[in-house]
Write a protein that binds this ligand. Structure first.
Ligand SMILES: [Zn+2]
Length: 97
């Protein structure tokens, strides 16, 4: 009998218990493990964590508020300043050295 032990909130991975052993399926990393040690190692590994961070950010992105007018103004002002100092042409802007 298969028994779900834990499913991460966003279904990033699932951990189940079947036939006397655990089974981890990490959907982000396309990784599967049955051994307790490998499961622990995977969930604390660097590649898994960077994918998880990326995944979390991707999920958050649509809910982030847009820029406030001050931010838009500041960026616009900065772009105008840079464009007036360096020009808009690719050549001679000092960045292509
Ligand atoms: Zn993973």
């Amino acid at each position: 009998m298969k028994q779900d032990v834990f499913s991460a909130f966003s279904k990033e991975y699932s951990l189940s218990f079947q036939d006397d052993h655990y089974r981890l399926q990490c959907h982000m990393c396309s990784y599967t493990a049955n051994m307790r040690d490998s499961i622990g190692k995977h969930l604390t590994s660097k590649p898994h964590h960077s994918l998880k961070t990326q995944n979390d950010l991707d999920m958050m992105l649509p809910f982030l508020p847009g820029p406030i007018p001050y931010q838009t103004e500041a960026i616009t002002e900065l772009l105008i300043t840079i464009a007036s100092e360096k020009g808009l042409n690719k050549k001679g802007n000092g960045y292509d050295k």
